[in-house]
Design a protein around this ligand. Structure first.
Ligand code: AMP
Ligand code: MG
Length: 388
């Protein structure tokens, strides 16, 4: 049976980065930048007053000045009104012509129009509290490079360079479809033999935590003909379809069979792992298909372990491998790769198998204990996404 590493390698052959779209600057955080961003002006674009106070000519070596004029932020620059004069200035203003330093309010006393340094305060030096034009970057400099994942500080650069909208790598257009005749909607009252469907809620929650909301979320029946009809309606225009349920060995686990009949090529079916062994992956035309096992823990684990990193990679946001130290981990039985619920505080958590979603309540994610040799002291960890 396929190992986890072989499945990863096969999945990597299906990466489809490249499509680019523009989004408003306000929606660009977390996206992969698909353009270089150049400065359209110097940074700062003028000699910027960096403190509220008085602009002076430090070369005069004075400690007392007559205040002549006000240069506030957002106003065109003015010229100094003669020797021994100061301009009252605000942070963000253009330094008035003829001045080369700023004295902070808190270092001065003022009587009428006369301002002087408090006792013990040194005379200003040229450049004091002035953020000179072009000290940070020059017009034409590259501020941000294509391929960068945009975080809040980068948005300063984009905004300052007038970049709105922003070119980013497109997110895959994907849909989530649950299968199972036993499933009813969350708000419905199940009959004794039915359950409320919860896989979609959990997977959608995880995907959304990483900024990857599906375009569509639906349910398909277990009956072969109706399943095929449902798939035919759902597939057009989709880049990725994630199904849950119907990929195991049961009589009505028809997902791989129906998709193959429709012309899908199987990339792999079954991975030597638990939970999540029945995972199926294939391709129909240009649509990539994932058939996740229906058990609640299995579906969430394999979504987080395989599908989410794959979707992120398609969007230019590959996930780095992270590992965590775990104390006293006993070798799991068997030879498969094993995923175990894990919390930062308590380490590996007890659980009763792949239907036991409640056991995940305290988890921060799950660890991956490799098949031989077992990675017992520092296994990989797959953490749940944070919410933002
Ligand atoms: P399957 O993979 O279709 O054989 O389903 C395995 C188990 O997971 C069964 O007990 C199903 O009832 C359950 N299951 C399947 N789909 C869902 C779902 N969307 N939400 C909750 N449980 C599910
Ligand atoms: Mg089923």
């Amino acid at each position: 049976m396929l190992s986890t590493a072989e499945a990863d390698r096969l999945l990597a052959t299906l990466h489809q980065v490249g499509r680019v779209e523009t989004v408003p600057l306000a929606q660009a955080a977390g996206r992969c930048l698909a353009q270089n961003v150049l400065a359209d002006r110097d940074g700062p674009p003028y000699h910027r007053v960096a403190m509220d106070g008085y602009a002076v000519d430090a070369s005069e070596n004075l400690g007392t000045w007559i205040v002549r004029g006000l240069q506030m932020a957002g106003k065109p620059p003015q010229e100094r009104k003669g020797p021994a004069t100061a301009f009252e200035v605000s942070t963000g203003a253009v330094l008035p012509g003829g001045c080369d330093a700023v004295v902070r309010y808190e270092d001065t006393k003022r009587t009428g129009d006369t301002v002087y340094l408090k006792p013990g305060i040194l005379l200003p030096l040229p450049g004091s509290h002035v953020h000179h034009q072009g000290t940070d970057y020059h017009k034409g400099d590259q501020l941000l490079a294509s391929g960068l994942i945009l975080r809040s500080p980068h948005l300063h650069s984009l905004a300052s360079a007038g970049t709105d909208p922003v070119s980013v790598v497109s997110r895959p257009r994907w849909a989530l479809a649950a299968t199972g005749d036993e499933l009813v909607e969350v708000r419905d009252q199940p009959l004794g033999w039915q359950i409320r469907r919860s896989n979609a809620a959990a997977i959608l929650g995880e995907a959304t935590a990483w900024g990857l909301r599906p375009d569509t979320e639906t349910v398909l029946p277990d009956n072969g003909e109706s399943l095929k009809e449902g798939l035919e309606q759902l597939l057009p225009g989709l880049e990725v379809l994630v199904l849950t349920g119907g990929v195991s060995a049961g009589r009505l686990d028809l997902v791989p069979e129906v998709l193959t009949q429709m012309g899908a090529q199987t990339l792999f079916h079954k991975i030597d792992q638990r939970p999540g062994k029945p995972l199926w992956c294939g391709q129909l035309g240009s649509t990539v298909l994932f058939g996740l096992p229906g058990n609640p823990v299995s579906s969430l684990f394999v979504f987080r372990r395989y599908v989410l990193p794959w979707l992120l990679a398609c969007e230019g946001r590959p996930l780095a491998e992270t590992r965590v130290r775990v104390q006293g981990l006993k070798p799991p039985t068997g030879h498969q790769t094993v995923f175990l619920p894990w919390s930062r505080e308590h380490g590996v958590l007890d659980w009763k198998g792949s239907g036991d979603f409640l056991a995940l309540a305290d988890s921060d994610g799950f660890i991956e204990v490799d098949a031989e040799p077992r990675s017992l002291s520092e296994p990989r960890v797959h953490q749940w996404g944070g919410y933002w």
